[in-house]
Design a protein around this ligand. Structure first.
Ligand code: IMP
Ligand code: MG
Length: 449
């Protein structure tokens, strides 16, 4: 059985928590870095020296010389974009091809998925989800509908041709039903697929076996999540979610390891909250404070450039994420963005507003009732208002802090309050975009052994 170390990094809010930087730092301590879900909807920004890299599909571990990177079966691979990214990395002097492998069981995301993503968004009766438009939903739909095309299907050219034809016919019927004038052509899709077929096959393999073998040799594996727990298909704010399992359980199925193989489950949270796309965000600040966080934090989507919605730290959300992931520790990012605020707020619970619309939703909730746990019903959540606790801010810049003692007392109190409310220890605090702008806390004696 495995004797190495297996860590997973998950987002504990709505994505964009700064996982890229935490992965980048922890990649130093890993031999293998693997993605387990999502696709080109993700956007990880990593700063190395004076250079900035924005990665969508390639694990950020690729920026570390000598480390191997894998894309698991749980990923939907958009080969066109994937190879653009690989080529860009090579152009910038990184030997990405040699150090990357894709699961032969990963599903392919083809151009028709992107076309369908747009067409479907335009037709949703209850409003747009605000997807990234990268075809992620339709690709996972095909996977669940058992009509998807996997990397391993590229081996058999004849079979591949039949699969493409069947899919194109079906997609065109759908586009017609959706009222779209767009159509896909079989020859175009085949040309696209045959264009990268050999190159992709040469990079494909059994990712589950590779991880198992590495752990058996005593190596260290880092599983890199994309998006966040509140965007998880099962646990997130459905239907305003992505189409994959972003939580720790998804890491196990997404690369093909047993759930007990996970040794450490690290939840990344921003020191405040952001969300890009539609759906509930209880602590959203549609005012000047929200604007201030957006500007100070550079809160614009790495994939779509959309302004991110910003709000105060929501402890109800993160405590929920700690539970559904089984988090063993937290990493807090962007603490420096809060520098200079006279006071801060933390959401410690919700109060149910209980207006007429929600009374008729049959939720069984009474107006004014207090919720401690994140609700499953969207109607309830949409009628919740945050209960805040006010905390003192700090003036001293935190960007230079490397030890907990370097942080202003008020910042330490803020972090301690987060630990208490979330019931999970903080082990890392990021105070800037650079690799070394990180405070690492000692493990408490009680959780060291
Ligand atoms: P999709 O993943 O493109 O289908 O988009 C579904 C929802 O997830 C939308 O609200 C997107 O904005 C959101 N989303 C998808 N990927 C990311 C990400 O990497 N960061 C933050 N939000 C994301
Ligand atoms: Mg992102």
């Amino acid at each position: 059985m495995a004797k190495g170390l297996c860590r997973v990094i998950v987002g504990a809010q709505w994505g964009d928590e700064g996982k890229g930087k935490i992965v980048d730092v922890l990649a130093r301590e890993a031999d293998i870095i693997a993605r387990y879900q999502g696709g080109a909807n993700a956007g990880h920004t990593v700063v190395v020296g004076d250079e900035q890299f924005v990665l969508h599909q390639v694990p950020s571990g690729i920026l570390h010389p000598g480390k191997f990177c894998l894309l698991g079966n749980g990923v939907v691979l958009d080969p066109t974009r994937f190879f653009e990214e690989v080529d860009e990395l090579e152009r910038r002097g990184i030997d990405a091809t040699q150090r990357l492998k894709v699961s032969n069981r990963a599903h392919l995301l083809l151009s028709y998925h992107r076309v369908l993503d747009e067409a479907k968004e335009g037709r949703r009766s209850r409003g747009r989800i605000g997807t990234t438009g990268r075809g992620i939903g339709p690709a996972y739909e095909d996977k669940a509908a058992r009509s998807g095309i996997r990397v391993a299907d590229l081996w058999d050219e004849q079979r591949l041709g039949e699969m493409v034809r069947d899919n194109v016919e079906e997609k065109n019927r759908w586009l017609e039903v959706l009222g779209s004038s767009l159509r896909v052509r079989c020859e175009d899709v085949l040309a696209e697929v045959l264009g990268y077929r050999q190159r992709l096959l040469a990079m494909s393999g059994d990712v589950s076996r590779a991880i198992y073998a590495a752990l058996s040799r005593g190596e260290r594996v880092l599983l890199e999540g994309a998006q966040g727990s509140l965007l998880d298909l099962d646990h997130g704010t459905y239907p305003y979610v992505t189409s994959s399992s972003t939580t720790a359980g998804g890491a196990a199925t997404g690369v093909g390891i047993g759930p007990r193989t996970l040794d450490e489950i690290i939840g990344v949270v921003k020191a405040y909250t952001t969300r890009v796309g539609n759906g509930p965000l209880p602590t959203e600040l549609p005012d000047e404070m929200g604007e201030r966080l957006r500007e100070a934090g550079g809160e614009y989507g790495a994939t779509t450039g959309r302004p991110r919605r910003c709000g105060w730290f929501d402890a109800v959300v993160v405590r929920f994420a700690a539970r559904v992931n089984g988090l063993t520790e937290l990493a807090v990012t962007k603490l420096d963005v809060l520098d200079g605020l006279p006071s801060l707020r933390i959401c410690v619970g919700y109060r149910f507003r209980g207006d007429r619309a929600s009374q008729s939703s049959g939720s069984g909730m009474v107006g004014g009732e207090r919720l401690q746990e994140f609700p499953g019903s969207l109607s309830v959540l949409e009628n919740c208002e945050p209960i805040y606790e006010q905390m003192e801010g700090w003036d001293t810049p935190t960007a230079g802090a490397r030890r907990i003692g370097d942080l202003p007392a008020a910042a330490r109190r803020y972090l301690e309050r987060i630990e208490e409310l979330v019931r999970c220890p903080i082990r890392r605090v990021s105070v800037g975009t650079k690799r070394d702008q990180m405070v690492v806390l000692e493990a408490a004696p009680s959780d060291s052994g």
